[in-house]
Design a protein around this ligand. Structure first.
Ligand code: NAP
Length: 242
């Protein structure tokens, strides 16, 4: 039977690259998205073009009912074997003293509560084992001073979530790992008010450039696959040396 993987935030950026990569590796894929149905449909078309089954489900990961509906819809593809907890947001880049409570709450809601709700559904449904990959960030260890410390703190929580889940779910045959990207060329930077961040940050990245979404997708695909069969509780940094 083919692997069946859910990717939250699969309509753009790292999630979309991961969907295409996994389809090419033989996964049937369910992508979740929040707003952009046209973008989600385009990713599903690429999954189909790779010869795999794919669906897109509008599901805000902060809402437990919508998360359940995403997992119910994915069940039509077969027994769930993988989850990529990827849907994430930043908030406007700026000094800590200017952080607005609403932005703080949204970052916690999407990047932490959303991940927990999805991991819980996956753990309940992976009766025959499986693998979860949480998309963290190099910010978790850098702290993101002057940019978004609250986001960095929540990504550190993602790493702790990964370690705890890995230990609790190992006896059930479920591996849990994280990928911690550095600066990657996606739309997320426009949403944080610095659309050219992938280029403007290049000077402080040891490899001298931002990463591309597919360079993260490859790491996620490896962690989901059989070559990572003894890997759990790992946080794999893919950040060009950052
Ligand atoms: P992106 O291009 O902005 O894409 C974000 C995706 O998440 C979109 O598909 C979006 O859907 C979806 N999404 C956002 N909020 C959602 C919600 N509440 N419910 C469901 N879906 C939601 O972001 P990205 O750069 O690929 O980031 C993906 C992950 O990588 C995030 O966890 C981010 O923190 C992490 N990361 C990114 C970077 C980077 O430099 N890009 C670095 C480190 C870590 P819609 O388009 O429909 O809204």
């Amino acid at each position: 039977m083919n692997p069946v993987t859910i990717i939250t935030g699969g309509s753009r950026g790292i999630g979309a690259a991961t969907a295409r990569r996994l389809a090419a590796a033989g996964h049937d894929v369910a992508i979740g998205y929040r707003r952009d149905q046209a973008a989600a449909d385009a990713v599903v078309a690429d999954i189909h073009a790779a010869g795999r089954r794919g669906i897109a489900v509008r599901a805000d990961t902060t809402d437990p009912d919508q998360v359940r509906q995403l997992f119910d819809a994915a069940a039509d593809l077969g027994p769930l074997t993988g989850l990529v907890n990827n849907a994430g947001i930043t908030s406007p880049i700026g000094p800590f003293v200017d952080l607005r409570p609403d932005d703080l709450r949204q970052v916690v809601d999407v990047n932490l509560i959303g991940y927990v709700l999805c991991a819980q559904q996956a753990a309940r449904r992976m009766a025959r084992g499986g693998a979860i990959v949480n998309v963290s960030s190099s910010a978790a260890t850098l702290g993101s001073p002057g940019e978004y410390i609250h986001y960095a703190a929540v990504k550190a929580a993602t790493d702790t979530l990964t370690i705890g889940l890995a230990k609790e779910l190992a006896p059930h045959g479920i591996r849990v790992n994280a990928v911690a990207p550095g600066v990657i060329r996606t739309d997320i930077h426009a949403l944080s008010g610095v659309p050219d961040r992938a280029d403007s940050a290049a000077g402080r990245i040891p490899m001298g450039r931002a990463g591309e979404p597919d360079e993260i997708a490859g790491a996620i695909a490896w962690l989901l696959g059989p070559d990572a069969s003894y890997t759990t509780g790992a946080v794999l940094r893919v950040a060009g040396g950052l």
